[in-house]
Design a protein around this ligand. Structure first.
Ligand SMILES: [Ca+2]
Ligand SMILES: [Ca+2]
Ligand SMILES: [Ca+2]
Length: 490
């Protein structure tokens, strides 16, 4: 066989035409204005550049280009004409200089168009007459506007629930980012956002990227109420429906979830009128949506209900700690099963053919959901003892896991504002874990009745991975005397 080879001739046809136009070769020019949107300021300008082709080459040096600026494009530049007023000037000193003549140099003609005093839309017409008296035109539109200013701040942190009260971890950090934006939601370059916090400290990002780190310096030795340093969140009284108990270290105070709630503020100089007016930025430490004496303000300010300097955003994060131990629970005078221990209470025979649900509430000493900043954070339940055949925990497994949700327990809206009313179920729902122990032994199983324990352990991450700290990931193994549920299967 001969290979088949096809050859397709490729033919290009090119046509050139000067179809009834003026004599001589075509001349074209192009006017560029960069930038095309200019913020009005003293000396602000846009750069106009005219390039073109004439006689098949770049514009000849020493030839001239005429420029005109007006509030409407002239008729001989393809516009409606009739422009008026001062909408830009070719002179830095004279706002009325609305035309100029440029010499081409290096194939182009360049000049500056200075901003007017007030916002305006300027139309610039460039006109070039070639050696054959052909007229080529090009135009550009330039918008002069008042400089954009921040009207709001976008503010968020990479963790909602931070294990800042966990004993002995030292400083942990969470990255927070704030961007000042204008009324078009465009970032306002050059705006310096500042931060206020109820607890911990804000430090610049040590990696030099955008944002700041919220560092917790608490490192409490045991209870958050006996922390050894740093600023901790304000102790607040429980709201209606918010669970609480008498704090072991201070019987006059209630320990309640909002004792771990930390208010953060990002503020920037801008236009608060855009939001219908705003009060002085303040750290609403007690979550009542109003300024109370003692709440943190920007340096050297006094609180005003209306001010015209700053725009700002407030968010809240939660500082949480270690899962409460049995000894802490006892010291707190809490009854078994109130918040932490499995229910129903520990002991009780489980006859053949029976099953039983056990419920844990995994909470810290403020009754908060513990921090779980890693998707693999988990509560693990296991059966311990001489497990007879036919006895299973939660569907046939000897061990069962329940991934923890990265939540605050406290209900906040999408802006991290506290939602009212506060209900105890909000705090409990996200901290509840359950397993089922089933005794499926048959008459053929002759193992003797066995005492067993169900043991829960918690592995959770105190902060997000980008905290810059090596100590932000801990395994919190709960005291076994707390978490064991003892049951005899018969
Ligand atoms: Ca309290
Ligand atoms: Ca307040
Ligand atoms: Ca607070």
């Amino acid at each position: 066989m001969r290979p088949v080879r096809a050859v397709v001739p490729l033919v290009l046809f090119a046509f050139a035409c000067n179809c009834g136009g003026p004599p001589g070769p075509m001349t074209t020019i192009h006017l560029d204005a960069t930038p095309s949107v200019v913020n009005i300021a003293s000396g602000a300008y846009t750069t106009l550049t005219v390039t073109g082709q004439s006689d098949g080459a770049a514009l000849v040096d020493q030839s001239t280009v005429n420029l005109e600026v007006a509030s409407a494009l002239p008729a001989d530049c393809g516009g409606p004409g009739g422009g008026s007023g001062e909408v830009g000037s070719f002179s830095a000193d004279d706002p009325s200089e609305n035309s100029t003549q440029l010499q081409v140099s290096g194939g182009k003609a360049v000049t500056k168009l200075y901003a007017p005093q007030t916002p305006a839309t300027a139309y610039v017409c460039a006109k070039f007459i070639d050696a054959y008296s052909n007229v080529a035109t090009s135009s550009a539109k330039v918008t002069f506007k008042t400089a954009s200013e921040p009207t709001h701040v976008n503010f968020s942190c990479t963790a909602k629930n931070i294990g800042a009260f966990y004993p002995g971890v030292g400083s942990i950090g969470v990255k927070c980012t704030a961007v000042a934006e204008d009324d078009q939601n465009a970032p306002v370059v050059g705006s310096q956002v500042k931060f206020l916090t109820e607890a911990g400290t804000f430090d610049p990002d040590p990696n030099g990227t955008a944002g700041v780190y919220l560092y917790d310096p608490i490192g409490a030795p045991q209870y958050p109420t006996t922390n050894s340093g740093g600023t901790k969140p304000q102790d607040v009284a429980p709201l209606t429906g918010e669970p609480s108990y008498s704090c072991p270290s201070n019987e006059d105070a209630d320990c309640n979830p909002r004792d771990g709630l930390v208010t953060l503020v990002a503020y920037v100089e801008g236009n608060p009128e855009a939001q219908g007016g705003m009060p002085t930025p303040y750290v609403d430490a007690n979550d009542n949506n109003k300024y109370d004496p003692g709440e943190v303000l920007p340096p050297n300010t006094t609180y005003q209900d209306q001010q015209d300097k700053y725009v700002w955003t407030q968010i809240k994060v939660l500082f949480s700690g270690q899962v409460m131990s049995q000894s802490q629970q006892n010291a707190a005078g809490m009854e078994d099963g109130t918040y932490v221990l499995a229910s129903p209470a520990a002991t009780g025979d489980l006859a053949r053919g029976q099953s039983r649900n056990y419920v844990w509430h995994i909470l810290d000493s403020n009754l908060n959901v513990v921090a779980a900043n890693n998707a693999s954070d988990v509560v693990t339940f296991s059966l311990q003892g001489n497990v007879p055949s036919g006895v299973t925990l939660s569907g046939g497994q000897q061990q069962t896991n329940d991934n923890m949700s990265n939540s605050m327990g406290i209900q906040l809206d999408s802006d991290f504002h506290l939602m009212e009313p506060v209900g105890a179920s909000d705090f409990e729902n996200q901290s509840t874990y359950a397993v089922t122990l089933s005794n499926n032994r048959t008459q053929d199983d002759t193992d003797p009745p066995a005492p067993l324990s169900i043991v829960a352990s918690v592995q959770h991450s105190l902060a997000t991975d980008d905290s810059g700290s090596a100590s932000d990931n801990v395994t919190d193994n709960i005291d076994s005397s707390l978490t064991s549920v003892n049951v005899t299967v018969k």
